[in-house]
Design a protein around this ligand. Structure first.
Ligand code: HEM
Length: 153
C-alpha cells in the first residue's frame, strides 16, 4: 500500500465511524419515547457520541481526504472534490449553527415536560434538521464514490 492508499483506508474508516454513529441517533430516541428520564439520558448520550466520536471522525475524514489529494492521483481542481469540500463546509456550519441549538432546545424541553406540544415541535425540528444534514453527507459519499464530472464536462 502506498501512502495515499493508507490515507484512503483511514478516510473510509473515519466515514464509517461518523455516519454509523449518526444513524443510531434516531433509533435510541425512538426507544426513549416520551419518558422524561430516558429521553434526557438518550439526548445527553447522543450529544456525547456526537462530540466524542462522530465529529472527531468527520474531522479525521476531512484531514485524510486532503492528505489523499496532496499525495494521491486526484487534484484539488477535480469538480467532485471541490463540490465535496463546499458541502462539507456547509454541513459543518449547519451542524454548529442550526442542528446543535435545535438539540439543545429539545434537551431543555425534555427536562421540563417531554409530553408537551412544545417538546413535540422541538423534537420534530431537530429530527428534520438531522435528516437534512445526513442527506447532504450522503451526497458527499455519492460524490466520492461516483466521482461525477459535474461542471468539468
Ligand atoms: C474535505 C473533505 C474531503 C476530501 C478532500 C475528500 C477526498 C477524497 C479522495 C481524494 C478520495 C479518494 C477517491 C478514490 O481513491 O477512489 C476519497 C474517498 C472517499 N471519500 Fe472522501 N473526502 C472528503 C470528505 C469526505 C466525507 C465527509 C465523506 C463522507 C462522509 C467521504 C467519503 C468518502 C468515501 C466513501 C470514499 C471512497 C470512495 C471510493 O473508494 O470510490 N469523504 N475522498
Amino acid at each position: 500500500m502506498v501512502p495515499w492508499q493508507v490515507f484512503k483506508y483511514i478516510h473510509i474508516l473515519a466515514v464509517i465511524a461518523a455516519l454509523g454513529a449518526n444513524f443510531t441517533y434516531a433509533f435510541w430516541l425512538a426507544r426513549a419515547g416520551r419518558d422524561g428520564d430516558r429521553l434526557v439520558f438518550v439526548i445527553e448520550s447522543v450529544r456525547r457520541l456526537d462530540r466524542r466520536v462522530a465529529n472527531p471522525a468527520y474531522i479525521v475524514a476531512a484531514i485524510t481526504g486532503l492528505a489523499i489529494v496532496a499525495t494521491g492521483p486526484y487534484g484539488i481542481g477535480e469538480p467532485w472534490i471541490g463540490a465535496a469540500i463546499l458541502l462539507y463546509v456547509l454541513v459543518a456550519l449547519l451542524g454548529i449553527s442550526v442542528y446543535g441549538p435545535a438539540v439543545r432546545a429539545q434537551l431543555a424541553l425534555a427536562r421540563t415536560d417531554p409530553t408537551s406540544d412544545d417538546y413535540g415541535r422541538a423534537a420534530r425540528r431537530a429530527r428534520v434538521i438531522g435528516l437534512i444534514v445526513t442527506a447532504i453527507v450522503l451526497v458527499i459519499v455519492g460524490l466520492m464514490v461516483l466521482k461525477p464530472q459535474l461542471w468539468g464536462g
